[in-house]
Design a binder for this molecule. Structure first.
Ligand code: 0X9
Ligand code: ZN
Length: 412
């Protein structure tokens, strides 16, 4: 008995990914040769590139071991490519945040925006919303994941007629982007607590229904809590190589398999065996297609880098109504910045970050006819990256919600 318990403990420990001896470097390639060199190093060493901006001089954040960083730094120095250590000890940050979480007093409020929450806690809060606001909140299951979890959509509607125009918001399609999931919870809280008391929210909910997918990738999210804090994809085993996961945001039928995707199941940007092979992308497709012409805005929320992006990501062409989408994005960003001074860059995906095919917002714009399809990257610009401290959940929620309200109101 004891021996098997010990064994179980060992197995559990062995399966938890540790980031001991890992750091994040920021590199600023100055020339296309510099960018090529970085690209080759990332590919050859199989490094986890946290950001992939295409502009020369923009910070590229890359996670690697201390040993890799030493030799990489030597090469960069010899080529005069600016680089610095951004997060010196990743495991230390993960451990400190976990300890702080254990010691933080638990809130008695249904929504507790002072911390991130497990999948079970989030789903319990969503259940509670239905009983607390029976005339405002319903939900549906949009799909079931490989590991058997529900992918849920919460519907906030003040008339329940299912005929009003709809704002679609999904969060957490990438598991490690915790502030995205937290921001959907913030938005749900504002909508439900504000209806009838906050005039802006009331006006919005007298015009629109909101369909909110708070945890788009629940298997991945659960995995970031139990095994690997920095997991990005879903958890489907592929390729017989012991690798798991498709990037659901490369799996939409939108230039599937094109630039900025990988056909290796071991890659963080693996596009999957075929378009919509995955439960997460299929759930977004099925829910939004079912809304038909009711859907007026499609918003998918990621982190990090502080961008507000319009299509396209699969190539450099611009959508037919680019000027209009740009105007609304700009209005949103101005309102967002007005709250805490947070700067956002805005424009089409391919120019703001990089080419990436198979993404949800490109698909939504091309396939559903929605005229406003935005992909947001929330805080920060890399000081904490995916490990954004919980103290920043509320300010992030405040500014993002202000930006979204302004954008929705600015739509024509
Ligand atoms: O690469 C992505 O999927 C997103 N960035 S992230 O760092 N959060 O992974 C950007 C998505 C942009 N949308 C499309 N490429 N369609
Ligand atoms: Zn993402």
């Amino acid at each position: 008995m004891k021996a098997s318990l010990i064994l179980l403990g060992l197995v559990a420990f062995a399966s938890a990914n540790t980031y001991d001896g890992f750091q994040v470097l920021t590199v600023r390639p100055q020339t296309t040769e510099d960018a090529d060199l970085i690209h080759r190093a990332v590919n050859n060493l199989g490094l986890d590139q946290w950001t992939r901006p295409k502009a020369l001089g923009a910070p590229v954040d890359i996670m690697m071991t201390d040993r890799q960083a030493n030799s990489f730094m030597n090469i960069l120095r010899s080529k005069n490519i600016p680089a610095e250590v951004k997060i010196a000890d990743i495991q230390k940050v993960i451990d400190e945040q976990a300890t702080a979480r254990e010691n933080r007093p638990k809130s008695s409020r249904a929504f507790d925006h002072t911390d991130y929450h497990t999948l079970n806690e989030i789903y319990a809060t969503l259940d509670g919303l239905k009983s607390d606001f029976p005339s405002l909140v319903t939900d549906y299951v949009a799909g079931t994941t490989y590991e058997g979890r529900d992918i849920r959509v919460t519907v906030i509607s003040s008339d329940g007629s299912n005929t009003r125009d709809v704002i679609w918001i999904d969060c957490g399609i990438h598991a490690r982007e915790w502030v995205s999931t937290a921001t959907c919870q913030w938005i749900l809280d504002q909508l439900t607590s504000g209806y009838g008391s906050d005039s802006e929210v009331t006006a919005l909910l007298d015009t629109y229904d909101f369909h909110i997918m708070t945890v788009t990738n629940p298997d991945g999210y659960e995995y970031t809590w139990n095994s690997d804090r920095l997991w990005r994809k879903n958890r489907v085993p592929y390729g017989g190589l012991g690798c798991h996961g498709t990037d659901p945001n490369r799996n939409f039928d939108s230039a599937f398999g094109g630039p900025g995707t990988s056909d290796s199941p071991c890659s963080d940007i693996y596009h999957g065996p075929s378009a919509f092979s995955e439960a997460e992308s299929s759930a977004v497709r099925d829910s939004t297609v079912a809304l038909g012409s009711r859907m007026k805005m499609f918003i998918t929320i990621h982190s990090y880098s502080q961008y507000w992006m319009t299509p396209y990501g699969y190539d450099y062409t611009l959508p037919a109504n680019y000027d209009e989408q740009y105007r609304v994005a700009e209005t949103g960003v101005q309102a967002l910045t007005a709250v805490h001074g947070t700067q956002f860059t805005y424009g089409n995906i391919a120019d703001v970050i990089y080419l990436a095919a198979g993404g949800s917002s490109d698909w939504a714009y091309d396939a559903t006819g929605v005229q406003y399809a935005f992909a947001l990257e929330l805080r920060d610009t890399g000081f904490w990256g995916f490990l954004l401290p919980p103290e920043q959940i509320i300010p992030t929620g405040e500014e993002t919600w202000a930006g979204l309200k302004a954008a929705i109101t600015a739509m024509q």
